[in-house]
Design a protein around this ligand. Sequence first.
Ligand SMILES: [Mg+2]
Length: 388
Amino acid sequence: MGAWSRPESRITRVRSRVLDLPLPAEFRPAWGRNEIQRSFYMTLIEVETAAGITGVTAAEAGPEAALSVERFVSPHLIGQDAAAPERLAGVLRDAEILGPPVYCVEVALWDIAAKIAGLPVYKMWGAVAGRVPAYCATGEVRSPERRVEDCRRILADGFRAVKLRFHSDDARDDIRVVEAIRRELGDRLVILVDANQAGVLPGLGGHRQWSFRTAVEVALELERLGVTWLEEPLPRHDHAGLRRLRDRLGTLQLAGGENNHGLHEFQRLIDDGCYDVLQPDAVLSEGVYQLRKVAALAEAAGLLVAPHTWTHGIGLLANLHLVASIPNHSWFEFPHEPPGWPASALSQMLTSRPWIDPDGCLALPDRPGFGFELDEELIEHHTVARYG
Ligand SMILES: [Mg+2]
């Protein structure tokens, strides 16, 4: 510990609880062909300090994340100053060499630092905005008729933008959904499209990888229909393909990055001209403050940052503080796909569950730290394993 370290923020314990949280109805994720999801795993991680201030975060994964924290992170944190997160960023990068990524731990450290400072994290980092425009992120493949019906409800809820999933056997069926929405609702909704092509491993039903030709054909159709961005049209390491595709487009933006990790991978994506909108996630891709550095690189290159947030309510709020502290943010992902995965399910571990205001924006919590308020009773009820 350096001489300037504060004894009150010395880390005394790191404890994890693995939760298996129920969904209110069956959910058929577009990105997992033939899969039916009835619950989701989350690992709640609490970093305790000598003065009794606790930092909170959560991994998207289950027991494997808890084990990774216990084996590869916790031994390097105990006795260290939680309010000096920059000194511990390397520990989290190294942990990924050995186990599943646990970049989410940096959120707990900043939660402690901001609680000591008595400020919400986004204010400590510059507070560009007090609220951020959100888009309704859907997660299933549905018929044009049903999606038009959904979009009427989405508009009535107050959203100004929606994200659709393109996963049909024939991409022309997906385009028909966009055409139906434009025909019935005109330009009242900003439309975003996600093809989830960045992963290259087969799902249970076999992954359908788009060819470069399919990506070009779909992108040009979406441009014709006034879609704002196309997300993950190609594998995450196909930098040359992404650049070639982007060079052929005018108004349609390319978005991606949720499956890329580490400061240096994002630097490459920027240098190689792959995307208009970068989508790292503060609990998946890098430390939350490290993503401010990614955002600065993106800002200098004239790019936008719109984090992936489909993990859990804690991840959603962490990403919300991040974007409210950077000038080059864009539409903010707000997962909401009733009946299987409504926003209330994503944030069920919180007593105060985020929802949009009448303008379709998410307001930043004004409590010190990230403002996580845990529903302890619900968390205990769904805890399936404990570590630390
Ligand atoms: Mg996505």
